[in-house]
Design a protein around this ligand. Structure first.
Ligand code: AMP
Ligand code: MG
Length: 416
């Protein structure tokens, strides 16, 4: 691919990807906090320090099914002890364990007084009235101390933590039915274009199905945010004004299409009339035109992205610019996907001055990556076949076969 004059011009007058992202993030703030039922808060960012109300576990208990004994009695194998009782989980022991004695004990049952060690049932003859140990057991074996997991008064999940299954479990174990979390954005999605029909319609002459509204709504949901769709808006300024009036009830608005400088591209002037919009040419391939601004509402300014209409460009600009913005709104501080380096298995050409994000298939075992094939900005299958983006910086004009390249790992389960 040679360096076309238009690419060279774009590179001179455009923002870099990093500059555009920095400008966007500077204008995005975390949302307010909300009190959410525990399980609903999965994936949210905690907005308070969660403090243990008591020790967990609250009492000394057995880590094994076995016999609660005195360690001094079982320092050697072959000890024969009198079994004086049995303790199930959820019951309290009756009596205490003296020298030469044992109580059968189940995992999680409170340790009886006098006992400091549990001999695993597998290390005994499993006797009922008397028990014989088969091997030596060190004092303290298989006893869980009170508070060994969480100590009363400790911060056990800190403000800012992302709540995963493990944190939900910790919060449950300290008795939290509700927690304070940063609210997750509700995103309004609008497709623009006279050529678009909805998925359940057969496209007529010159028409295509609306892919972006679905891919963008799915991308929003994959982040744990909610999406509300406002359908397809014709290339008509008053229709668009009406749709954006409804969209402004969201925390963030996404439109796709109509942000170029074609005769029927109304997004920028309409948003300018309802707030303000910067139209940026970004030194990126694909996805060069991107508009970012805000709609004025009674509740304050609502950020709006005018994404390009090409389905690859729409989803790629979502990945690079909207995803970090939504994560920031939801209170996250880790906004970037993990990256890796990989050996390129094919050759990539690109214009100098533009940053290329080629859709790639990364193979972790061999540390290699290849492109998905044709990379046109209308070839959405290039996204669907990919598990990474191959990030080739502005200055390069090629990435050669065998070269080490950087990849953005887009296909990991959301780990923010
Ligand atoms: P635009 O940005 O409106 O000039 O659109 C650029 C290209 O993307 C055109 O080929 C459009 O038909 C196509 N396009 C725009 N919106 C969508 C959409 N929602 N789904 C699929 N293709 C679209
Ligand atoms: Mg259009």
């Amino acid at each position: 691919m040679s360096i076309s004059p238009s690419a060279a011009r774009a590179a001179r007058t455009s923002l870099t990807v990093d500059e555009a992202l920095a400008r966007i993030l500077a204008r995005i703030a975390p949302l307010d906090t909300t009190d959410a039922p525990l399980l609903e808060s999965l994936g949210s960012v905690l907005a308070e320090d969660a403090i243990a109300d008591r020790d967990v576990p609250p009492f000394r208990n057995s880590a094994m099914d076995g016999y609660a004994v005195r360690g001094a009695d079982v320092a050697q194998g072959g000890a024969r002890l009198t079994v004086i009782g049995s303790i199930a989980a959820g019951r309290m022991p009756e009596g205490s364990v003296g020298a030469g004695q044992a109580m059968r004990i189940m995992t999680g049952a409170p340790m009886p007084d006098g006992a400091d060690t549990v001999v695993r049932v597998e290390d005994t003859d499993n006797g009922r009235d008397t028990v014989t140990t088969l091997r030596a057991t060190a004092t303290g074996t298989a006893v869980r101390k009170a508070g060994e997991d969480l100590r009363s008064g400790d911060v056990v999940v800190a403000k800012g933590a992302v709540l995963r299954a493990a944190e939900i479990g910790v919060l449950a174990s300290i008795g939290r039915t509700r927690v304070s979390v940063v609210r997750r954005p509700n995103v309004a999605i609008v497709s623009t274009g006279d050529e678009l029909v909805d998925v359940n319609q057969a496209p007529g002459p010159g028409q295509i199905r609306d892919a972006n509204r679905y891919s963008l709504a799915a991308a929003v949901r994959a982040l744990g945010c909610s999406a509300f769709e406002l359908g397809i808006v014709r290339d008509d300024a008053s229709d668009l004004r009406h749709a954006l009036g409804n969209a402004a009830f969201g925390d963030l608005v996404l439109t796709s299409g109509g942000v170029s400088v074609g005769d029927h591209d109304h997004v920028k002037p309409v948003v300018d009339a309802m707030g303000s919009m910067d139209f940026w040419s970004i030194a990126i391939r694909p996805g060069r035109p991107l508009a970012f601004g805000e709609l004025r509402t009674k509740r304050g300014a609502v950020p709006i992205f005018g994404l390009p209409g090409n389905p690859v460009s729409a989803l790629l600009t979502f990945e690079l610019f909207v995803r970090p913005a939504l994560l920031k709104m939801a209170g996250h501080t880790k906004l970037q996907r993990p990256r890796a380096t990989a050996k390129l298995l094919d050759r990539i050409e690109k214009p100098s001055g533009l940053r290329l994000f080629a859709r790639g298939i990364y193979h972790r075992e061999t540390g290699s990556v290849r492109t998905t094939g044709p990379q046109g900005s209308g070839i959405l299958r290039s996204m669907s076949l990919s598990n990474c983006l191959i990030d080739i910086r502005e200055a390069a004009t090629t990435a050669e076969e065998g070269e080490t390249v950087e990849v953005v790992l887009t296909d990991l389960p959301e780990d923010h």
